[in-house]
Design a protein around this ligand. Sequence first.
Ligand code: SF4
Length: 233
Amino acid sequence: MAREKPRPKSVPGPRRRPQSRAAPDVAGMLRRLAKAIPEPRCELDHRDAWTLLIATILSAQSTDRTVNTVTPELFRRWPTPAALAAAPRDEVEQVVHKTGFFRNKAKAIQGASLAIEQQHGGQVPRDLAALLELPGVARKTANVVLGVAYRIASGIVVDTHVSRVAQRLGLTTASKPEAIEQELCALLPQEQWIDGGHRLLLHGRYVCLAQQPKCPQCPLAELCPARVSNAVG
Ligand code: SF4
């Protein structure tokens, strides 16, 4: 006689409310986020578009806090695109080492600086296509620079935080950043692409955490189909 298989033990986990099928209340979400984060600020220290561009390239796979410990020395030693482009590679690598992937990043920030110096007269270009031509610059970095430095709404910055928050709020079903950006751009009015997008990012960084989202303290909880009823706050 075949032996009965032991029943799997039930694993206690967060209780989730049933998924809402209603369209997301985007305007309500943006209103609540604006109240919670009245002035969304870029947390990468910078003084102009070029220093922001370099800091943003360095922030890939790192944290803004770590980048902010590195950039003062970087910009003290090489304060212009021309100076950084001409710096010895090994010295640049040493300075940015702490941010990880230091060889690729040193190459990218020097390559971007050289292109800015040689092709754009030392000024960071103000359009998406030209920015995307620079070494080490993809859509996320280009959107950060255009939005923060120039207040040009070219798109929405989609990083790991924005991806997660958008998925949990039911704003996207996509998983690739480009597709998420497209869906968010279709949902958010363009005048919200910079600040509204930035608020989503900060919300993900400080409230809607990857492992233990702070749902009990979340200003979006009433509108969120993914809210976890017993998450640790
Ligand atoms: S309710 Fe929870 S899951 Fe939903 S956005 Fe807020 S923190 Fe994230």
